[in-house]
Design a protein around this ligand. Structure first.
Ligand code: NZQ
Ligand code: ZN
Length: 393
């Protein structure tokens, strides 16, 4: 196991009606004037925004609203948010929504005290030295942004989707009421489930040895998702299934299941090019890419893939030929994704094989290699896109 530091300062407040505590939580974490940031309207339709406003008012906290965050959140709204926060003297950013709203909030939080262009943090030009505090009221179990130090933003000029990471943007608190996720369409629920599983797999496939504790934690999250996702798709109002998925989503991405081991985030990077170019849901892109990545890399760690097949997917170990077991595990993953309504190839996602050179160029590794499990070249990435384009059950 590698040395590590684990820092997860977020106060998680989990359970029914916890959104009513939002005002008290903002106050506890030092906010007095809030930017209330949200998406395209689901929080208005569900009544959540009114509940949150009432709880802020109850605590004497004033707020200014900025809605309209799109999935795959854009830099243009971030600039608007930064201006608004500066103009109004706001001291706390409250995200009410999913990963996109939370990531947009984090970008605003870093951008406000920074004299330069906030995009510097996303293109690797600068690291933030300060950020306004962020709190979240989560409405979809998916990205894990409610507990992570990451934010992913799309720059409209050139459609570049890039991430920034800093402990400064880990939310001060996150309100997790599973009941809020009952209004999700089945497709969004399934996209979220796919993202949660991908966050675990990106950590699971490692070259680091003697990581039994985190292997077992990863497997627990994956098995939970395999059991609970079909339940919520069949019964969208099943609170307990929603609750298990919601906590799985947070656990999957605070990094508690990934500490002490090398990780490989190539599937995410390869997917981000798809959601940048086609504006598809991140989880749907991952459903197409992650099994394709697995098919490309599994020979590098056959026994690790066979272990996943046996422990996560319940395959029988073929001791004479572990590659057969490894491949069976990958096939079961793809079948599972199909069974929950996810696309499994480019045609189902709405992507085009002829765009592969463009996707690889935008990925931008030139003649280098990237990845912590099996470092990939640009040609390897092109091949993964080709596998994804042509995948079948
Ligand atoms: O905009 P509204 O109207 O709220 O609708 C949203 C949106 O259309 C809808 N929705 C959310 N909660 C709902 C709901 N509809 C009905 N009822 C509810 N309770 O769902 C749609 C998707 O929302 P979004 O926030 O985009 O989903 P998600 O949480 O999957 O976030 C995706 C973004 O997070 C990034 C992705 O790349 C993508 O841009 N990621 C962020 C990470 C991080 N910060 O740590 C890590 C991830 O790997 C990921 O890359
Ligand atoms: Zn993700």
């Amino acid at each position: 196991m590698n040395n590590f530091q684990f820092y997860s300062p977020t106060e998680f407040v989990f359970g029914k009606d916890t959104e009513r505590q939002t005002g008290a939580l903002v106050k506890k974490h030092g906010g007095s004037k809030v930017l209330l940031h949200y998406g395209g309207g689901s929080v208005i339709r569900s009544g959540l925004l009114d509940t949150v406003k009432a709880s802020l008012t109850e605590q004497g906290i004033s707020f200014t609203e900025l809605g309209g965050v799109k999935p795959n959140p854009r830099d243009t709204l971030v600039y608007e948010g930064i201006d608004l926060v500066r103009r109004e003297g706001i001291d706390f950013i409250l995200a009410v929504g999913g990963g996109s709203v939370i990531d947009s909030s984090k970008a605003i939080a870093m951008g406000v005290p920074y004299a330069g262009d906030f995009w510097d943090f996303y293109c690797g030009k600068a690291a933030p030295a300060a950020a306004l505090p962020v709190g979240t009221v989560l409405t979809i179990a998916a990205a894990g942004s409610e507990g992570s130090g990451d934010s992913v933003i799309t720059k409209e000029d050139g459609w570049l989707k890039r991430g920034a990471g800093s402990d400064l943007i880990r939310p001060r608190f996150s309100v997790l009421d599973p009941a809020l996720t009952c209004t999700l369409p089945a497709y969004q629920t399934a996209c979220g489930a796919t993202d949660i599983m991908a966050h675990v797999f990106e950590r699971y496939f490692t070259n680091t040895t003697e990581v039994g504790i985190t292997d077992r934690l990863c497997e627990a999250v994956l098995k939970t998702m395999i059991a609970e996702t079909p339940r919520v798709i069949a019964q969208p109002d099943n609170y307990d299934a929603r609750a298990n998925i919601m906590w799985a989503g947070t656990v999957a991405h605070t990094n508690i299941v990934g500490v002490g081991r090398d990780q490989d985030w190539n599937s995410h990077g390869i997917e981000h090019e798809l959601s940048a170019l086609y504006d598809c849901a991140h989880g749907a892109g991952l459903a197409v890419i992650m099994p394709a990545w697995m098919e490309f890399v599994y020979r590098h760690g056959v026994m690790r893939f066979a272990q996943a097949a046996v422990r996560v997917w319940g395959c029988e170990m073929n001791f004479a030929d572990p590659e057969v077991t490894a491949r069976e595990g990958i096939a079961r993953f793809r079948q599972f994704l199909h069974s929950i309504g996810m696309p499994i190839n480019f045609a189902e996602l709405g992507a085009k094989e002829s765009d592969i050179p463009k996707l690889v160029e935008s990925f931008g590794i030139g003649s280098g290699r990237t990845g912590g499990f099996l470092p990939l070249s640009a040609e390897d990435i092109a091949e993964i896109y080709r596998i994804a384009a042509r995948a079948a059950l």
